[in-house]
Design a protein. Sequence first.
Length: 143
Amino acid sequence: MATAHDVAEYILKSCGSMSAMKLQKLVYYSQAWHLVWDDEPLFHESVEAWANGPVIRELYECHRGKFSVGAWPAGNAEVLTEEERGSVDAIIKHYGDKTAFWLSEATHREDPWRDVRAGLGPNDRSNNEITTAAMAEYYSSLV
C-alpha cells in the first residue's frame, strides 16, 4: 500500500508545483475515490477535518509554513501500483485544473467534512477524523 507521501510525490511529479492546500485536497480526493473504485484505501494515514477542508497531518508536517510545494522527498511515486496510479490520474484529470480555493469550497459542501465538523464554527480548529468508511459511503452515493 502506498503512503500519503507517495501519493503527494506522484501528484507533484505529474502536475508540477502547486499550493500546499491544493496538494492536500488532491491527495484527499485520491483517497476518497480510490475507496470507491478499488474498495480499499489508497494510503493508511488518516484525514482530519480542518477549517480549510480535509488535511493529512503527516503531509502538513512536511509542508508547514510553505505556500507552494514542488517536490516531495518524503515520498516515492514509484511504489504506486497500476491501479493506484489509475485512481490518482483520474483525480488529476478531473480536479487538477481547479484552484485550491475551489477544491476547499467543494469539500465544505460534501458530507464527510461537514458531518465531522458539525457543531464547530467555520474557523474552529479540529483534528476530528474523516473516516474511510464515511468517504466510501458518501462518494459511492455519487456514482
